[in-house]
Design a protein around this ligand. Structure first.
Ligand SMILES: [Fe+2]
Length: 200
């Protein structure tokens, strides 16, 4: 059985940060450090939350804070899979666990569409922030054409229930969406049987 202890430690530690502060930059800085620690190992994510779907990229919920302050999601891209240009509308952190991802960051152009501002290939161990506002628009794809890539995302809300939007790059046309999740189960982040003393 996969030992999800690192995920449990991450959830507990980020919960403690959010109990202490709501300041976005502090959360991104301290949460970023915690996420870096989480993705420094690659043996804690159960296989069913890292499984590619040949039809489309997958987003598996790993934990939703009971007060809706954050959620943790594993994103899995098969070869050649990509998101549309989209926004988030809440703070976020992206950490690359396996493979390589291409992130293209866009800004609104004067003609009503979007302009590519930066493009970066992110490798294992990379952690980067998302901030709602002018810099909240990106498109993400698997940079590998022969293997899946997996990243761990953290958002400042239950992201699967947030109304946000995809955009046409040329025209800027906005389409609202609520992503939901690719799975209807989550790993057990509470006390596991093998954490307890069975001598009773
Ligand atoms: Fe995104």
């Amino acid at each position: 059985m996969t030992d999800i202890a690192p995920l449990r430690v991450f959830v507990q530690s980020l919960t403690a940060v959010l109990d202490r502060t709501e300041d976005q930059e502090t959360v991104l800085e301290e949460g970023g450090r915690l996420l870096k620690e989480l993705i420094s190992g690659d043996d804690w994510l159960p296989d069913c939350f890292a499984k590619p779907n040949p039809e489309r990229y997958s987003q598996y919920l790993l934990h939703a804070d009971p007060y809706g302050r954050f959620s943790v999601v594993s994103f899995v891209w098969g070869p050649g899979q990509t998101t549309p240009l989209h926004d988030h509308r809440v703070w976020g952190l992206i950490g690359i666990l396996r493979g390589k991802e291409r992130e293209e960051r866009f800004t609104r152009s004067e003609g009503g569409g979007f302009r590519l501002e930066e493009e970066e290939v992110l490798g294992v161990g990379h952690v980067g922030p998302l901030r709602p506002g002018d810099a909240d628009y990106h498109r993400v794809s698997n940079a590998l054409d022969d293997a899946p890539s997996v990243s761990i995302h953290v958002y400042g809300a239950n992201i699967g229930a947030v109304t946000r939007a995809t955009y046409d790059i040329e025209t800027g046309e906005e389409k609202q969406f609520i992503s939901g999740y690719s799975s209807d189960v989550v790993p057990i982040c509470g006390i596991l049987r093998n954490d307890t003393n069975h001598d009773f």
